[in-house]
Design a protein around this ligand. Structure first.
Ligand SMILES: [Zn+2]
Length: 445
């Protein structure tokens, strides 16, 4: 179904030429283990794209960086630690450096990039979390003392455009692809400072990545949220301010949003004459399973908008809807932030200021954090450390929002769909936007 698109993406890569990219040097490899995970950090000469996959029999995690090579000073590699029995490396003939982690037992890897910050070089970090029970906890004599278990919340940060696709351009020539990459990298770093969150960048360099790849990669990184960072442009240079979008379930809600979506979608495929009808159709079909994610998208979008509104001008006070292809992940809540109008001189000035970008990244993070603090995904450390919601003895009222489903609402309030149906005299699953639902008290277990 998507073969055509893959093919074009490959052609685009070849046309870009590998010769331009200097190999990434792996300068050192470190490993450390704590109660929650084993962490492997690679110090790199420059930011790198990488591939991460697992193999079984025996269990291994493989990290490929291309073009890349490990240098002599990085050897010998450190001995294994935690669930890692051994670390091996090889500079392969095709210009790839391959790092292999031999595991004692199957583990779940997650990787993210940290940008050089003056003290430390660019780093590729791979965290390995045990699947199932933790050996460390099993060994611990006092179970009560064990730290809360669970996985980190993963935020996919998607810097719009890149490579041959520059995006919009400001009056003084500032390019969208550059400023959104800076904001995205900063946002990822802030996310990484949170002990319970991890960032995944869909691109960490000035590189073209097509839309579907951005979504697919975020899904394989098991992202709990996909945040796409952009900057807007308009022929009327007076227009300014930030806007937060979620995917519209039924097409663009207004004409401006439709035009913008057309442009972002077109820009994102980089002017390549791409017949995307198939994937658009697939997207529409996926919408059917998308409602729960959409409801969460509205909620997280609201939180982000509130935080951005405290530090800068926002164009629309409410989360907007538009049919952005990049937001069409079936199961990952997704928002797209037009951080400012790069076509407006004062917005352009803001975007080129590192102080401003810092505040913006912080505001976006605060919104994300606010959302996940009240809606921690099951299985995460954040969910485990939160006090369980005290059982409610009284009814609540819930105003149905666009995109919500009965099951998502039931899930949120920890009651069954059946009970909501019976309290509200509902027959099926059909609910109406704006209608007030009574939410019955939680039942004692
Ligand atoms: Zn854009």
């Amino acid at each position: 179904m998507f073969t055509g698109q893959r093919l074009l993406a490959c052609v685009a890569l070849v046309a870009h030429g590998f010769a331009v990219a200097a190999p990434v040097q792996v300068d050192s490899v470190r490993i450390a283990t704590d109660s929650a995970r084993t962490r492997i950090a690679l110090d790199l000469s420059q930011p790198a794209e990488h591939k991460l996959f697992t193999l079984s029999n025996p269990h291994r995690v493989v990290i490929d960086i291309k073009p890349g090579r490990i240098v002599k000073s990085a050897l010998p590699l450190p001995a294994g630690d935690g669930g890692v029995r051994k670390i091996r490396s090889a500079n392969r003939e095709d210009g790839t450096v391959r790092i292999v982690l031999d595991l004692e037992h199957p583990m779940k890897p997650r990787s993210f990039l940290l940008a050089a910050d003056g003290q430390q070089p660019d780093r590729l970090v791979v965290d390995l979390a045990p699947i199932g029970s933790l050996p460390a906890v099993r060994r611990a004599p006092v179970l009560k003392a064990a730290p809360p278990r669970g996985r980190d919340i993963v935020i996919a940060v998607d810097a719009g455009h890149g490579g041959k696709d520059p995006g919009a351009r400001g009056p003084t020539g500032i390019r969208e692809k550059d400023v959104v990459l800076r904001i995205s990298r900063r946002l990822a770093e802030i996310i990484e400072t949170d002990p319970h969150m991890r960032a995944y960048l869909t691109r960490s360099t000035d590189r073209f990545v097509n839309l579907r790849e951005r979504m697919e990669r975020s899904r394989s990184a098991q992202a709990d949220l996909f945040v796409s960072i952009h900057a807007d442009a308009f022929r009327d240079t007076r227009v300014r301010g930030a806007t937060v979008y979620v995917l519209s379930s039924k097409g663009a809600s207004d004409e401006a949003a439709r035009r913008l979506a057309d442009r972002e979608n077109a820009a994102l495929i980089g002017g390549v004459a791409l017949d995307d009808k198939d994937s658009t159709l697939a997207g529409v079909l996926l919408d059917l399973s998308q409602n729960a994610a959409l409801s969460a998208s509205f909620d997280v979008g609201d939180e982000i908008l509130q935080q951005i509104g405290r530090m800068t001008k926002v164009r629309k006070q409410r989360v907007q809807e538009a049919p952005f292809l990049v937001l069409k992940s079936p199961d990952v809540p997704s928002v797209l932030i037009e951080t400012a109008f790069i076509s407006n001189p004062s917005d352009e000035r803001n975007l080129s200021s590192s102080t401003y970008r810092e505040r913006l990244a912080q505001a976006i993070f605060d919104g994300i954090r606010d959302y996940f603090e009240s809606n921690p995904p099951p299985g995460t450390v954040m969910a485990a450390t939160q006090r369980p919601m005290p059982g409610r003895s009284a009814d609540l009222e819930h105003v149905i929002r666009r995109g919500e489903t009965l099951s998502a609402i039931a899930n949120r309030y920890d009651v069954s769909v059946r009970r909501i149906r019976s309290v509200n005299n509902l027959r099926g699953d059909k609910i109406v936007v704006g209608k007030v639902l009574r939410i019955p008290p939680t039942q004692d277990i």
